[in-house]
Ligand binder design. Structure first.
Ligand code: PLP
Length: 401
């Protein structure tokens, strides 16, 4: 055990920025009024929500504040968008998504399939890139909705959302597009208008706001039936007294993310690339699972052949390094991740795959420490692998090239 903490699991969740916490505190202490109340005391709360809505509108480049709905998380945003579109228009019974979506989309689709919807799950290639031709040929007159994530949580691979929406609109202009943008917020610019997006979800805890707050963009031409009904909050699109401090926190986090976007795309990327090269060049049984695919700047997914990822994570944890062997939701089971399976990552590497995800708080010293410590951990785990013959062959092959 060690007191050191090197947190490289920022796609699972991020630490709350101090400035975010500071912005939230008054809304726990002095300004606790219900924003819907009539008296003057509620003004700071209702104004704070109004201001936050403007910030999130700018963050995703929506046209109007009215297009922003505050939710409790990315999962709620996805559920509201998907069910909301389908419940509003019950005539169409065909929906499309990808094989590599987060469970908050995939499991909704699986349930809808049981309820009688015709569903197409679009595949990806070996680098995790979406098959756009397959998408194009799947769309027909009956397609109500397509749900495509902007970037994958396990691999960081970015989908070309502008092309996706172009394809959809050219095949059926009534088909709606939901984009799960949870893993791109704060990593690359989000522009719903430039990318032809109808609905888009984000989650605060992936960009240094607390867990338990998210947002859903629904463009003014897209109608949804609300998932949560009750009071008139969020223009009747999502009932429930607004979580004022968390909404304020997410807006502050969005402003900070916007201010740090350039840093993320250059400096965080540089550190990610350094980590990646430091691992791939020094460990013969390491492979970059995404090849040359375009990725968000903070993520790398590396397979260590013929060994178990969970064992690597335990050894890393002993020296204070946090990484992940799949998405947080699927780790804990030894089933290989559905994302890596969809990519056909060879069975020799799929069980030993580790996701490393950095943030703007990651330092060069931390990356150097991982690069220094990892080879001996991999050596230790490799030495007890039952695949010694294959490992020897791989070593000879890789050291030759
Ligand atoms: N979508 C993606 C791509 C994610 O990575 C996650 C969380 O890991 C979610 C959705 C769900 O977000 P939340 O945890 O806020 O429900």
């Amino acid at each position: 055990m060690t007191n050191k903490l090197i947190y490289l699991d920022n796609n699972a969740t991020t630490k709350v920025d101090e400035k975010v916490l500071e912005a939230m505190l008054p809304y726990f202490k002095e300004e606790y009024a219900n924003p819907s109340s009539m008296y003057d005391f509620s003004k700071p709360s209702s104004n704070a929500i109004k201001e936050a809505r403007g910030v999130i509108k700018d963050f995703v480049n929506a046209q109007s504040e009215k297009e922003i709905i505050f939710t409790s998380c990315g999962s709620e945003s996805a559920n509201t968008a998907i069910r909301g579109v389908l419940n509003y228009n019950k005539n169409k019974k065909h929906i499309i998504t990808t094989k590599v979506e987060h469970p908050c989309v995939l499991n909704v689709y699986k349930q809808l399939e049981k309820q009688g919807y015709r569903v197409d799950y679009i595949g990806v290639n070996a680098n995790g890139e979406l098959d756009l031709e397959e998408l194009s040929s799947a769309i027909d007159e009956d397609t109500a909705l397509v749900s495509v994530m902007w970037a994958n949580n396990e691999t960081g691979v970015i989908n070309p959302i502008d092309k996706v929406s172009e394809i959809i609109k050219s095949k059926n202009k009534d088909t709606k597009l939901y984009v799960d943008a949870v893993q791109v917020a704060g990593k690359i610019p989000i522009d719903v208008q430039a990318n032809g997006i109808d609905l888009l979800g984000i989650s605060g805890h992936k960009f240094h706001a607390p867990k338990g707050v998210g947002a859903l963009y629904v463009n003014s031409k897209t109608m949804i039936t609300p998932l949560i009904i009750g009071g008139h909050q969020e223009r009747g699109k999502r009932a429930g007294t607004e979580n004022v401090p968390y909404i304020v926190g997410m807006a502050k986090a969005a402003q900070l993310a916007q201010d740090n976007l350039q840093y993320e795309m250059t400096e965080v990327k540089r550190l990610r690339d350094k980590l990646e090269a430091g691992i791939i060049n020094n460990i013969y049984n390491a492979r970059l699972n995404t090849g040359v695919a375009n990725r968000v700047p903070n993520t790398t997914n590396i397979g260590f052949e013929y060994i178990e990822g969970e064992l690597i994570l335990l050894h890393l944890s002993d020296i204070g390094i946090c990484a992940s062997s799949g998405s947080a939701c699927t780790s804990g089971s030894l089933e290989p991740s559905h994302v890596l399976r969809a990519m056909n990552v060879p069975f020799t590497a799929i069980h030993g795959s580790v996701r490393w995800s950095l943030s703007r708080f990651t330092t060069e010293d931390e990356i150097d420490y991982v690069i220094e410590k990892l080879p001996s951990i991999i050596e230790k785990v490799t030495s007890i692998s039952p695949y010694q013959k294959e490992l020897q062959q791989l070593k000879e092959l890789r050291t030759k090239h």
